[in-house]
Design a protein around this ligand. Structure first.
Ligand code: C5P
Length: 221
């Protein structure tokens, strides 16, 4: 398989989403936000009153949920879940926490493997998540692992939420980020960890443009 793939994995708040989208646009490649798939399943499960503690019902829900990405240059990535625009609902902390819970269920993860691999199309794919370079695309040509200090990630998230008019505290966000890190890296299936062949980029103190340059240099080197 020769389609070039760039995987960008890292913890929440490392800037993966922003960076991946810009890099994909600059390369003219397709983009897969794998976290949005987990968020979409979690949201669809909520709509259908599916018990988050019932793995087989969640697996059924994973197969039944229609998820579409509307990705137009210059516009925010729009996500349709069963035909409804769920872009805003997907970005809430509630959806993130529910996604993180269902993402720990092995059967839900396997139900999403093929769906993710189908995004690999010419001229190339940029994909971000937790296990893109380790599990979904282990043979990807380019792999990046993005990090940032927990404090910086909490501050970035704080700015985003305050800009949206959501009232939060940095300490509260920091606690949530540390709890999510622990859950994502300690789970037994597809834990968050760098692929052995991933280039590490620490984004602490770097601007978006500086991170984009470093990631692009991995592809161009
Ligand atoms: O990246 P994002 O914050 O949108 O992901 C939401 C949750 O989905 C993460 O906390 C993680 O538990 C899960 N996830 C995952 N594997 C991925 C992407 C996301 O387990 N490839």
């Amino acid at each position: 398989d020769s389609t070039p793939i760039l995987t960008i994995d890292g913890p929440s708040g490392s800037g993966k989403g922003t960076i991946s989208r810009i890099v994909a646009q600059q390369l003219g490649w397709h983009y897969l936000d794998s976290g949005a798939l987990y968020r979409a399943v979690a949201v669809a499960a909520g709509w259908a009153d599916v018990d988050l503690a019932d793995p087989s019902a969640l697996v059924r829900c994973t197969f039944d949920t229609d998820i579409r990405f509307v990705d137009e240059p210059g516009h925010e990535l729009k996500i349709l879940v069963n035909g409804a625009d769920a872009t805003l609902e997907l970005r809430t902390e509630t959806a993130g926490a529910a996604a993180s819970a269902i993402a720990a269920i092995p059967e839900v993860r396997s139900a999403l493997v093929e769906r993710q691999r189908r995004f690999a199309r010419e001229p190339g794919l940029v994909t971000d998540g937790r296990d893109m370079g380790t599990v979904i695309f282990p043979n990807a040509r380019y792999k990046v692992f993005l990090t940032a200090s927990a404090k910086e990630r909490a501050e970035r998230r704080y700015k985003q939420l305050i800009d949206k008019g959501v009232s939060v505290t940095i300490d509260g966000l920091l606690r949530e980020i540390l709890a999510r890190d622990a859950r994502d890296s300690q789970r037994t299936v597809a834990p968050l960890r760098p692929a052995p062949d991933a280039a590490h980029v620490d984004t602490t103190g770097l601007s978006i443009q500086e991170v984009v340059e470093q990631v692009l240099s991995v592809v161009r080197s």
